[in-house]
Design a protein around this ligand. Structure first.
Ligand code: ARG
Length: 271
């Protein structure tokens, strides 16, 4: 009798333990992505970006994507000891949904916004900037962006970017045109289909260097930080990436890359 009791107790405990382990294991694999270990065991990291955004990610004459973000992605792959795979998206807004499985993270001059943070997680910032306005040769008499907020004026911004949000909020009297890409916005300003373009400061500054007849309006329209975006739910990965950003700065590598990509940016005043 006592022997039977013992067997029953052991059986019961085994069933409870198996059930408990079963639930915890399936919960782990279903709900917590393990990007850091997956990337290392696969031997590659898939970085999403949207090229055409100088000097962060753009194509050189031989069609290779280069820039500040690309160099950061290279450093990241080195630190993880894996191969770097870059996936270029034509539409900026596709980057957030690509984090659903197509890519491991986004390094693409992405502003950390509270709305995006409902959908993805952001690391600590790695760059501070904001939005500015550039006008074409038709509009060089304009000094202040408020003068552009008038009926008849056309302002271009890029679909799905912070430039579009701020244009919608600040330019309630002008007409806001949405370009599908960075290149399309530049084309519209070149063809004089629009009067002004609102976008991130470093890109605007790189434009004034190639278009000396255009004028950058001095006031900044917003203050923004760029962060690496990762899928939600993987705190382990986020913590490691924050250490990576901090180490990049401590080692002096960040300053080296900053000088390489930003030291030449300067807009001379337009007469
Ligand atoms: N910083 C802006 C944003 O997050 C625009 C970035 C555009 N970047 C690019 N790679 N095209 O909305």
């Amino acid at each position: 009798m006592r022997k039977n009791m013992k067997i029953a107790v052991v059986l019961l405990l085994t069933v409870i333990a198996a059930g408990w382990c079963g639930t915890s294991r399936s919960q782990t694999s279903q709900t917590v992505p393990q990007l850091l270990s997956n990337i290392r065991s696969m031997g590659k990291i898939r970085v999403g970006l949207s090229s055409g955004f100088k000097p962060f990610e753009y194509k050189n004459e031989s069609g290779e994507i280069i820039g500040f973000d690309v160099d950061i992605a290279k450093e990241l792959a080195n630190a993880l000891k894996v191969e770097l795979v870059i996936k270029d998206y034509g539409k900026y807004e596709d980057l957030v949904s690509a984090l659903g499985g197509e890519i491991d993270l986004v390094i693409s001059g992405m502003t950390r916004t509270l709305d995006r943070a409902f959908l993805v997680n952001f690391t600590d910032p790695y760059f501070t900037t904001g939005l500015m306005v550039i006008v074409n040769e038709k509009n060089t008499k304009i000094d202040n962006w408020r003068q552009l907020n008038a009926p008849g004026k056309k302002i271009v911004s890029v679909e799905g970017t912070t430039g579009q949000d701020v244009a919608d909020k600040k330019f309630d009297k002008a007409k806001i045109i949405r370009a599908a890409s960075d290149a399309e916005a530049v084309q519209m300003l070149t063809r004089k289909d629009v009067d002004a373009f609102i976008y991130d400061k470093p890109f605007i500054e790189s434009l004034c260097m190639t278009h000396p007849n255009w004028k950058v309006l001095q006031q900044q329209l917003s203050y923004e930080v760029y962060s690496i975006a990762v899928p939600k739910g993987d705190m382990e990965f986020l913590v490691w990436l924050n250490y990576f950003i901090s180490d990049l700065k401590l080692s002096g590598k960040y300053d080296e890359l900053y000088t390489k990509w930003f030291s030449g940016l300067y807009c001379p005043p337009v007469k």
